[in-house]
Design a protein around this ligand. Structure first.
Ligand code: CP3
Length: 318
């Protein structure tokens, strides 16, 4: 994951000519941008260019990506009435361009590296739908959860249904693995996770498991939630840099893989420091099967691209 290529000049050049939503809904552009890191550095997998928030649009939410502010929704979900007006989504009809992009990319890759598909997790999608954008404390989201628990579960049920359909369509179109992004779930305490989040993520993984591709469960700030996230049922759980990789893996147990966990800001450090941290992580993984080397979160836009390449090379050499 790279919240894309914004650190790559080749991405910024295309993005200067198209809006984010235009790029996401045009299969040729999405495919081209997906392939950029494969062509420019030897990463071991491609991640589809798309966005977790796309399904909110056919649900009836007015989504825009605003320069400097990120995603903004003009008509967020603030009441049971708002919830009732959310439309069910026919993924093939409204998001068919995503499957088309997957086909273009997998044709072009010809099996060189796998393509990872993805969707937002029900909680993180709901938090955007309710807050109307990014949020510091998720007050509106949690208030909705506490004050209207039935409506909350209905909202996450709607999100889960769309997510399952999105991931199913992506697998049918040819992705080799899927990743569920629960980026903001680290804001929730363990008891609230168990009551308000886990049943929905678990249902997504139960359904998607029948498709037979590996499933990765991503979160940030989730040191207090690792065991619960594992219980949601993915094959691999993401770790951020706030926990040593070996400690996180021990807590998850040997039957679950791990992804992580370099601090993205390490890529701004001098080379010696980058090398030390990359080697620390690989030493902690100790050659055990089931480790995907990655950052703990996305590549930041201003990251020096040569340092991204340097990390890829270090991992391969090691
Ligand atoms: O990273 C990739 O290129 C793969 C495609 C991808 C995007 N978004 C494209 C994107 C993926 C995997 C995502 C996931 C995503 N989107 C997440 C989960 C991962 C995470 O970062 O925690 C979340 C929370 C979103 C929602 C979202 N979309 C945000 C918060 C933003 C703004 C980010 C910012 O810093 O401004 C986006 C926009 C977005 N999604 C961009 C890209 C390439 C930037 C668009 C631009 O060029 O302006």
């Amino acid at each position: 994951m790279r919240q894309a290529g914004r650190y790559m000049a080749e991405y910024r050049e295309i993005r200067a000519r198209h809006s984010m939503l235009e790029m996401c809904s045009n299969p040729e552009l999405a495919a081209e941008v997906t392939l950029q890191p494969i062509e420019h550095m030897e990463v071991d997998a491609a991640i589809l260019f798309s966005d977790i928030l796309l399904p909110l649009v056919p649900m009836g939410l007015q989504l825009e990506y605003v320069e400097g502010d990120g995603p903004v929704i003009d008509n967020p979900v603030r009441s049971v009435k708002d919830l009732e007006r959310l439309r069910p989504v026919d993924v093939d009809e409204s998001l068919g361009h995503v499957a088309s992009a997957v086909k273009l990319v997998t044709d072009e890759l010809g099996g060189r590296v796998p393509l990872i598909g993805f969707a937002g997790a029900p909680f993180t999608l709901a938090s955007y739908a309710i807050e109307g954008g990014s949020s510091r404390n998720h007050v509106l989201t949690k208030r909705f959860m506490y004050e209207e628990p039935d409506a909350w579960h209905a909202l996450l049920g709607k999100m889960s249904a769309v997510v399952v359909d999105q991931l199913t369509a992506q697998v049918h179109a040819g992705v080799s693995a899927v990743q569920l992004f629960d980026s903001w779930v680290g804001h929730v305490g363990p008891d609230d996770y168990t009551e308000f989040v886990l049943p929905h993520s678990r249902r997504v993984f139960e359904r998607v498991a029948t498709l037979g591709v590996p499933m990765i469960h991503f979160g940030v700030g989730t040191t207090g939630l690792l065991e619960s996230m594992r219980d949601a049922g993915a094959d691999v759980v993401g770790l951020d840099w706030r926990i040593p990789l070996d400690e996180g893996w021990r807590r998850l147990g040997p039957d679950t893989g791990v992804q992580g966990n370099l601090d993205p800001v390490t890529l701004f450090a001098p080379r010696d420091h980058i090398r030390k941290r990359v080697h620390d992580i690989l030493a902690k993984a100790d050659g055990q099967p089931g480790h995907i080397f990655n950052l703990g979160h996305g590549v930041l836009p201003e990251t020096p691209v040569d340092n991204v390449k340097y990390v890829v090379d270090l991992v391969h050499e090691y």
